[in-house]
Design a protein around this ligand. Structure first.
Ligand SMILES: [Fe+2]
Length: 160
């Protein structure tokens, strides 16, 4: 999977890049042996990130996120492009809008992302979403971001 993601990253720097990266992930997502046991470990305090690959030269990183039932991300947008795919379980992706003068984003839609499904988007402060594990089992998703892993905190997520 990582070599296919890499080919997609270097293959284009156009607006279709996130979708191409998601498409490169898709055929691998349901492979039972995609991840090591260590990359599937969950954490009781919140969803956890395991680094799968960091490419400083191209400025991107790939991580596995493990979500226990009830765990969710903050409501956020991205300062970089992002592509994700669900490996095991299912996640609910909520979408939000920030109306003029509104203090907080309001949810406008939600989609169930199941094993094998992908989602992607460009860096855009108006593309606001949240991933939640509303199921009864752990879920694992694969995410690629156009930022160095050690800058994930400040460079990837724009929190609301
Ligand atoms: Fe996100």
């Amino acid at each position: 999977m990582l070599s296919d993601i890499h080919r997609a990253v270097i293959g284009t720097d156009g607006s279709d890049r996130p979708a191409r990266i998601a498409a490169a992930m898709a055929p691998h997502l349901r492979q039972p042996d995609l991840l090591s046991a260590a990359s599937c470990e969950s954490c009781p305090n919140g969803y956890i990130r395991h680094l799968l690959h960091a490419d400083r030269e191209q400025g991107y990183a790939v991580v596995a996120l493990v979500w226990r039932p009830g765990q969710m991300s903050p409501v956020h947008a991205h300062r970089t492009w992002c592509a994700l795919g669900v490996h095991t379980g299912s996640l609910t992706e909520g979408f939000y809008a920030l109306p003029d003068q509104a203090a907080q984003p309001v949810q406008t839609a939600a989609l169930l992302r199941r094993s094998g499904d992908t989602s992607s988007g460009p860096a855009d402060p108006d593309l606001i979403h949240r991933l939640s594990n509303l199921s009864m089992a752990n879920a694992i998703s694969i995410h690629a971001y156009g930022a160095d892993f050690d800058r994930f905190g400040s460079d990837v997520n724009l929190l609301y």
